[in-house]
Design a protein around this ligand. Structure first.
Ligand code: UD1
Length: 419
């Protein structure tokens, strides 16, 4: 099993180009099931989850040309697709369930594996399934599979999500494109990645109105068109590298970003006194003399993202004073804490809240990655830890961070992959 070895304590400086967003790419790829016209998607991040989604589309019969060098995927669905998504592809990537909506809407039937377990919480998909039922689908769960059918297709209706969910908004939005009549979606997620999906679906030819901050009306189909789309940048990856610069006394230029999209993350880090200069398509980040402690809670967009919680916690271990984090999205997303403590961090967890005592000296250790964002927080801790840090199970990291060791070593980090 591959590992990462980091020798901490080096000042980092240089330029890091941010990749396309994994969380925008995955629903966009799933939604290509809806069309038989050629689609070209650019700025694709070369990460494991995207490869898994491309394999899933190939498995059901899409013709998928993945040009990794050009970061581009071309898809054309010449024939009817299979409506079966197997467990072996969904067990490692929960977003695989996003093929359920388009398959059900287009073909009136789908058998899709329930996604595999997840270490950060139970992550049910009841909002997705309840919405499809309201749209007229018959849904059974048997032998670990969702068996869905809607012989006459799905019908438009009013769907009010009980709680904001990125995945449910995306799955139901994609399915609504092919339903009869108008679908009104309420209490939707408004993450930029949902916005990117809406832009893509509109380019394909679907009529979609964002009638309010959390309200989307799907009006149906105009005419399907061949489409070229460039995926938005990964704001979580950008946030991670801002924190890397802040931690290491460095100066980093972060390119391929749109600072407006990550104003919450940037303003929070500025409150911690991280020096960030915002330009149109790039950021300059400098390490502050002193990092200020802060209290935050994770929230759906435009709130502070749960996907950056573990990374900001590492910065808090270096702040002056005590910081707190309230994790409001997932019930079990503090698993990185025990590993950070093994490195010398002083952190207390009580239920949803973590109390981080600043000013800790971190020491390198052999560590275990538990999920995607927890893994990258251990990399960040390794950058400032004394001596050597070795991170095991980095397949989690490879699911969502493109060439992290290359991007960091280009900036002077001593980091290598042990095979
Ligand atoms: C997406 C992101 C993930 C991010 C998360 C929250 C992708 C591929 N993944 O995950 O990186 O951490 O948003 O921003 O985009 N819930 C239910 N029932 C449901 C659906 C969700 O109870 O049917 C709950 C979840 O357990 C969680 C909350 O709603 O507590 C939000 O989850 P959701 O927004 O759906 O997360 P994902 O779409 O899985």
């Amino acid at each position: 099993m591959q590992k990462l070895e980091i020798r901490g304590g080096r000042k980092i400086s240089g330029t890091i180009a941010i990749s396309g967003s994994k969380n925008a790419t995955l629903p966009i790829l799933a939604s290509t099931i809806l069309t038989n016209k050629k689609v070209t998607i650019k700025n694709i991040p070369i990460v494991r989850d995207v490869e898994t989604m491309a394999t899933l589309l190939k498995t059901i019969g899409s013709s998928v040309k993945f040009n990794k060098r050009k970061k581009k995927i071309e898809i054309i669905n010449n024939n009817a697709l299979k409506t079966f998504a197997p467990y072996n592809l969904l067990k490692t990537m929960r977003a695989g369930v996003l093929v359920l909506g388009p398959l059900l809407a287009k073909y009136g039937a789908a058998k899709v594996s329930l996604p595999g377990g997840c270490s950060i919480g139970s992550r049910p998909i009841n909002f997705h399934l309840n919405a499809f039922k309201k749209m007229g689908a018959n849904i059974k769960v048997k032998n670990g599979y969702i068996i869905a059918s809607a012989k006459k297709g799905l019908k438009g209706c009013l769907i009010r999500f009980p709680k904001i969910s990125v995945g449910a908004t995306e799955n139901v939005l994609i399915a609504s494109c092919f339903s009869r009549g108008i679908t009104k979606l309420r209490n939707c997620a408004s993450e930029p990645e949902v916005g990117d999906l809406i832009n893509f679906l509109k380019k394909l030819g679907f009529k979609i109105d964002q009638v309010g901050k959390r309200s989307i009306d799907v009006l149906g189909l105009d005419k399907l068109k061949p489409t070229v789309h460039k995926v938005i940048f990964d704001r979580i990856e950008a946030g991670t590298y801002i924190i890397a610069a802040a931690l290491t006394n460095g100066r980093i230029k972060i390119t391929n970003v749109d600072p407006k999209i990550m104003f919450t993350e940037i303003s929070l880090l500025k409150k911690m006194k991280v020096k960030i200069i915002e330009k149109k398509n790039h950021l300059i980040v400098k390490c502050p003399k002193k990092i200020k402690s802060i209290n935050i809670g994770t929230k759906p967009y435009p709130g502070f993202p749960t996907d950056l919680q573990a990374q900001v916690m590492v910065l808090m271990t270096k702040a002056s004073g005590i910081s707190t984090i309230k994790e409001n999205i997932f019930e079990n997303r503090f698993m990185h804490v025990s590993e950070l403590r093994r490195m010398g961090a002083h952190i207390e967890v009580l239920g949803k809240k973590a109390k981080i005592y600043g000013g800790s000296k971190l020491y390198g250790a052999e560590l275990m990655a538990t999920d995607l964002r927890a893994s990258v927080c251990l990399v960040l801790a390794g950058l400032v830890a004394k001596e050597k840090t070795v991170i095991n199970r980095i397949y989690h990291l490879d699911r969502g961070y493109e060439r992290i060791e290359k991007k960091l070593s280009n900036c002077g980090v001593k980091i290598k992959r042990l095979k």
